[in-house]
Design a protein around this ligand. Structure first.
Ligand SMILES: [Zn+2]
Length: 312
């Protein structure tokens, strides 16, 4: 099995999450007050950045305590962890009004996806922003108890919600998604979703359902979307995908049938591609202009491993 490269986005978590200390309120409060502590600020799931060196400069997502206090009390606070230099990082969410508090200070809100895909901040910071986005989005959407309907409160440094009415505890969710490259000798199976960029094809993917193993989910999704039967499912690598809380589980599988029946509800097209064609798509040199996902996405690395023969 080929080694997953570091280029996969959201996989370079720079933080020690210190998860065993999350319930120690005094410990977490002391970290929050340390001068070296920094804060990631979000408004409606969109991170705020300080623009450094004017319009052509960089995007700095790290705010100090003084800067982070400008918009007033945050809606949510999550302790993300500490970096290698023991500097703590917290994520704070604010409502829409917060943005105006920064006007004139060269602060702007930019969606995380383009920030991440264009590499506008270093890869480890992209991972931390992804962790923050997933957690703050979870708080936004889980304010009421799924058991009794009453409001819940944040606990455990932001890693749990507790219902004061029925006592139920609620934990942040992760939604597993299998993404798989199905191969048949020198061919592999790729599909197109209608919203993809023109000419782009990628590995098939789908959510894992309750009661399924990853292997079952791979075979079910491939049969459902392309009518192809497969076997020999092998794990490659995984990728957190914080839109809002997926975990992409990259796999390879071997086809045992070849006749494609496309599920038009999900996909615009599914085809078999030769190894040479996939190599050209990954390199951006395909004669008809067909393309593959960029290195930021785990799909790119599934295709590349097949194209370069690393899989064999
Ligand atoms: Zn409840």
């Amino acid at each position: 099995m080929p080694t997953p490269p570091h280029a996969i986005g959201f996989t370079l978590d720079p933080l020690d999450r210190v998860s065993e200390k999350r319930d120690d309120e005094a410990f977490v409060a002391a970290l929050r007050d340390e001068p070296s502590t920094r804060f990631l600020l979000f408004v409606n799931n969109v991170p705020l950045f300080k623009r450094t060196n004017g319009r052509d400069g960089g995007h700095d997502p790290l705010f100090d305590a003084h800067e982070a206090a400008k918009p007033g009390a945050p809606l949510q606070t999550v302790f993300l962890g500490r970096d290698a230099d023991k500097r703590s990082l917290f994520a704070l969410s604010f409502d829409e009004d917060a943005k105006s508090q920064f006007e004139g200070d060269s602060v702007e809100a930019v969606e995380l996806r383009p920030i991440a895909m264009q590499g506008l901040v270093p890869a480890p910071m992209v991972s931390a922003l992804g962790e923050a986005r997933s957690m703050l989005d979870w708080h936004r959407r889980h304010r009421f108890c799924a058991n009794c309907g009453q409001p819940t409160d944040s606990a455990g440094a932001g890693w749990r919600r507790v219902c004061g009415s029925c006592g139920a505890q609620h934990f942040p969710r992760v939604d597993p998604v299998v993404i798989m490259l199905v191969t048949d000798g020198d061919h592999c199976l790729l599909g197109r979703q209608p919203q993809f960029l023109p000419g782009m094809y990628s590995a098939l993917a789908g959510f894992v359902e309750p009661g399924e193993t990853f292997e079952h989910a791979v075979c079910r999704e491939v049969l459902e979307e392309a009518g192809i039967r497969c076997t020999d499912v092998r794990y490659f690598a995984s990728q957190p995908w914080p839109f809002p809380s997926s975990l992409m589980i990259g796999c390879f599988a071997r086809a045992t049938s070849t006749e494609i029946i496309v599920d038009r509800n999900e996909l615009e097209d599914v085809r078999w591609f030769t190894r040479a064609e996939v190599a050209a798509m990954v390199d951006g040199t395909h004669e008809q202009g067909l393309s593959a996902p960029k290195p930021f996405a785990i799909a790119h690395h599934l295709l590349k491993a097949f194209a370069t023969g690393e899989l064999d």
